[in-house]
Ligand binder design. Structure first.
Ligand code: AMP
Ligand code: MG
Length: 337
């Protein structure tokens, strides 16, 4: 079934009507575009999973406007969580609380916790205010594919399948929110993002980073799923000489290789086809998904080179890069988000 997909930066009343009718609407956020539905409705939430082809064990984040009463949704609010909200919200930080069980059980895939985010994007805030409902929303990409940072990326995956995209321009953050478990005595990062462990620790003193032990069911099911995968052949190297050899091999085979690397490395590949991630962690986060999508369109083989830059947003960038390229410490064992 296909329908017309409207792209608009102002159609908030229309978005509200679609959401109340149980439809799915894509919207800009400062991290990536989201695919949103009424979190109270089983049927609407089911549509998100069906559209994306998302595995049914990968829970969704609920999005609320800045004045929405969080306590309607969560059962317990640890004292340190308030400090974190004051420091970082609205913004790219999702917090996982004990759930009150008010939204559809499908949102958290049967877990007794609920992930909540207050996005900073003006478009997202206007949309959330207009509907005044918690909106369940994963990234607006087909399962496993690279996350979308423009309305065009959403159209590429869902054109003709959803009625409306609320266009807020490019998502400047560029990688998904930090997911932080606040159900314990100490906050624990489940997914790295632009709000870093150091930033969280500077507000509340301590912050852990969760890594599932071998064989353990991960606390954040999404991290065990393949994700961000470009639709072309890919290779990943930490060594520039090996990457260049792979590039030349692809040329000999009659292919069209592209290198994806940080700016310092890009300077060594004068004359070759290079997608330049930039210099800082924030710059690399902001460019990563658009370059992966550009790469899959242009290249027969996309060759990633591990950036050497450390600190800040690099933990989040490296995590996405490893998963996009299926590299060693990425965690793509099964399906995806
Ligand atoms: P996405 O919406 O595609 O950015 O993915 C959402 C991420 O949030 C996934 O990694 C999920 O595993 C994680 N998440 C959502 N809800 C929960 C929850 N209740 N507990 C732990 N992780 C969650
Ligand atoms: Mg996603």
């Amino acid at each position: 079934m296909t329908m017309e997909t409207i792209v608009s930066s102002t159609a908030f009343a229309r978005a509200r009507a679609y959401i109340l009718a149980g439809e799915v609407v894509a919207f800009h956020t400062e991290t990536v575009y989201g695919l949103g539905a009424n979190a109270y409705s089983d049927e609407a939430v089911k549509k998100i999973f069906a559209l994306k082809g998302r595995p049914s064990d990968n829970p969704l984040i609920v999005h609320i406007h800045r004045d929405f009463d969080l306590l309607r949704l969560i059962d317990f609010d640890p004292p340190y969580a308030e400090k974190l909200r004051r420091a970082f919200l609205p913004g790219p930080l999702t917090m996982v609380y004990p759930s009150k069980g008010k939204v559809s059980a499908l949102v958290s895939c049967g877990l007794n916790t609920l992930a909540v985010r207050v996005p900073a994007s003006k478009t997202a805030q206007a949309f959330l205010r207009e509907v005044n409902l918690p909106i369940a929303a994963p990234s607006a990409n087909l399962s496993k594919h690279v996350s979308p940072v423009t309305a065009q990326h959403v159209l590429d995956d869902f054109g003709g399948k959803i009625p409306l995209i609320l266009d807020g321009g490019k998502s400047d953050g560029g990688i998904e929110s930090t997911v932080l478990d606040v159900t314990g005595d100490v906050p624990m990062i489940l997914r790295e993002g632009l709000v870093t462990r150091e930033m969280i620790a500077s507000v509340v003193g301590e912050c852990g980073v969760y890594a599932p032990k071998k064989g353990e069911k991960p606390k954040s099911p999404g991290i065990a799923h393949a994700h961000y995968m470009p639709r072309c052949k890919t290779e990943y190297f930490s060594d520039e000489a090996a990457a260049r050899a792979c590039y030349e091999e692809e040329i000999r085979m009659g292919g069209k290789p592209y290198l994806l690397c940080e700016h310092e490395a890009a300077e060594h590949f004068n004359g070759l086809c290079v997608l330049d991630l930039g210099r800082t962690g924030e710059e690399m986060a902001s460019r990563l998904y658009a370059l992966l999508r550009e790469g899959e369109k242009r290249a027969t083989r996309l060759i990633g080179i591990e950036p050497k830059k450390k600190g800040g947003a690099m933990a989040g960038v490296l995590n996405r890069l490893h998963r996009a390229f299926g590299a060693e410490d990425g965690t793509n064992q099964t399906e995806s988000s």
